[in-house]
Design a protein around this ligand. Structure first.
Ligand SMILES: *Cc1c(COP(=O)(O)O)cnc(C)c1O
Length: 235
């Protein structure tokens, strides 16, 4: 380990993995049901390679141009790329071409574009519907009351495979508040799943609210800072 950055990423990754196992056990869950998505936005390719060498094969990115550059540079590695940023409709084709998952689907127009642009020789694009669980004016996401209708529409699109729901609750350090938001998302998920029985993904939990998300049933946790360190403030 001549490169100190590499060493830091690998050690932090191992620590996050252990935390997920401990949290799962504490909340009576099987750690194998929780997938760690390493959020590498703004971080260099060397950091992704370091995590990859330590067995991390799913990465999350937020900015389409940056992400596509990284995906092209790392083509020789088997990586599951998840797009977790806000989706601009003019970028939908690039996302549908380069990613295997898109977590932030919150309107039919974007869902249709993703479906239409998915290459014919690829498996359907895995998607999560983003829910604006705390009804924040500033945040993207479909409102809870409109989630089922959007799920019905997305499920009909041939280029997509609807996997579940995703949310970014209003920031809070209070675990009671954190768990309340995640439990509302889980309830909504159960409701949607009663008609869409093959849903299997609840994408929730980041560095600051991991324990609450795991307690409330997260199946994908999206962790950036705790693995790769703080980002520049612009991100
Ligand atoms: C940046 C980001 C994350 C990771 O957040 P950290 O606090 O750095 O763990 C997770 N999810 C989404 C949607 C993000 O934009």
């Amino acid at each position: 380990m001549s490169n100190p950055t590499e060493h830091d990423v690998v050690a932090a990754l191992q620590s996050v993995r252990q935390q997920i196992i401990d949290m799962a056990n504490r909340h009576g869950r099987d750690p194998a049901d929780i997938q760690l998505l390493a959020v590498s936005k703004t971080k260099p390719i060397a950091a992704i390679e370091a995590a990859w060498s330590a067995g991390q094969h799913a990465f999350g990115e937020n900015y389409p141009d940056e992400a596509v550059d990284k995906i092209m540079s790392l083509q020789d590695k088997a990586i599951d790329w998840h797009f977790i940023g806000a989706i601009q409709s003019r970028k939908a084709a690039a996302l549908a071409t380069h990613f295997s998952w898109v977590h932030g689907v919150d309107r039919l127009k974007v869902a249709k574009k993703l479906s239409d642009s998915r290459p014919a020789d690829a498996d359907p694009l895995n998607i999560c519907i983003q829910v604006n669980i705390d009804k924040e004016a500033s945040k993207s996401g479909v409102s809870p009351s409109e989630t089922l209708a959007l799920a019905d529409e997305c499920a009909e699109l041939p280029g997509l495979r609807l996997r579940g729901l995703m949310a970014i609750p209003a920031p809070s350090t209070d675990t009671v508040v954190q768990r309340d938001a995640f439990s509302r998302l889980r309830n909504l998920f159960e409701q949607v799943k009663s008609t869409h029985t093959d849903l299997d993904t609840l994408s929730m939990g980041m560095s600051g609210d991991l324990d609450s998300a795991i307690a409330e049933g997260a199946t994908i946790v999206r962790v950036g800072t705790a693995i790769f360190g703080a980002r520049d403030t612009r991100a």
